[in-house]
Write a protein that binds this ligand. Structure first.
Ligand code: AMP
Length: 187
């Protein structure tokens, strides 16, 4: 199973993705996690990415391609993977398809859209910023992130929809309830 998780920041991709890791026995590849680790470790890649991340913008495509290609080549990703936060725009989706073809790993099987309204997203992200003491996660940055999602990432719904790969679930409700919805549409 090669699955792409689509949904705004705060839609629950990370949490639900973890549950799917256990269910399918394949790893989750999160470019956001990899970038945060690089920022923390102050690697050259992290230093390059930090400003864009702080501003709620996407980092340059070339920065994330290396992360994904390296991760896809690891032994544990040979049976499949769950992509969380990548692809984030059309160029990345096309490059992903090319990468998978090049390494002979077939195609993306499904793209799962976790749908949550913009207002609910703002509420969740403000709440998270407060709980985690992320003072730089201001409402302005949060709203900008949602704008970037709507402008750059939302077109991927069409990209995968046209290929007959898109499935959608409502991302509002209890964690377990949402998870069961997801298992239902992935069957
Ligand atoms: P996330 O945890 O997936 O919301 O990612 C956190 C931040 O990392 C994003 O706001 C972007 O700045 C950056 N990022 C993560 N994944 C990508 C990607 N595929 N392309 C560009 N930037 C990304």
């Amino acid at each position: 199973m090669r699955l792409v998780l689509l949904g705004a920041p705060g839609s629950g991709k990370g949490t639900q993705g973890e549950k799917l890791v256990a269910h399918f026995g394949i790893p989750k590849i999160s470019t956001g996690d990899a970038l945060r680790a690089a920022v923390k470790a102050q690697t050259p890649l992290g230093l390059t990415a930090k400003a864009a991340m702080d501003a709620g913008d996407l980092v340059a495509n070339e920065v994330v391609y290396g992360i994904v290609e390296e991760r896809l080549a690891q032994p544990d990703a040979q049976k499949g993977c769950i992509l969380d936060g990548f692809p984030r725009n059309l160029a990345q989706a096309q490059v992903l398809d090319t990468m998978l073809t090049r390494i002979g790993k077939g195609d993306i099987d499904k793209a799962l859209h976790l749908h949550v309204t913009d207002e609910e997203i703002v509420k969740r992200l403000l709440d998270r910023a407060q709980k985690e003491g992320r003072a730089d996660d201001t409402e302005a940055v949060i709203r900008h992130r949602i704008e970037v999602y709507n402008a750059e990432t939302r077109p991927l719904l069409d990209y995968y929809g046209k290929q007959g790969k898109l499935v959608k679930v409502e991302g509002v409700g209890g964690l377990e309830e949402i998870y069961q919805r997801i298992l239902g549409v992935l069957k």
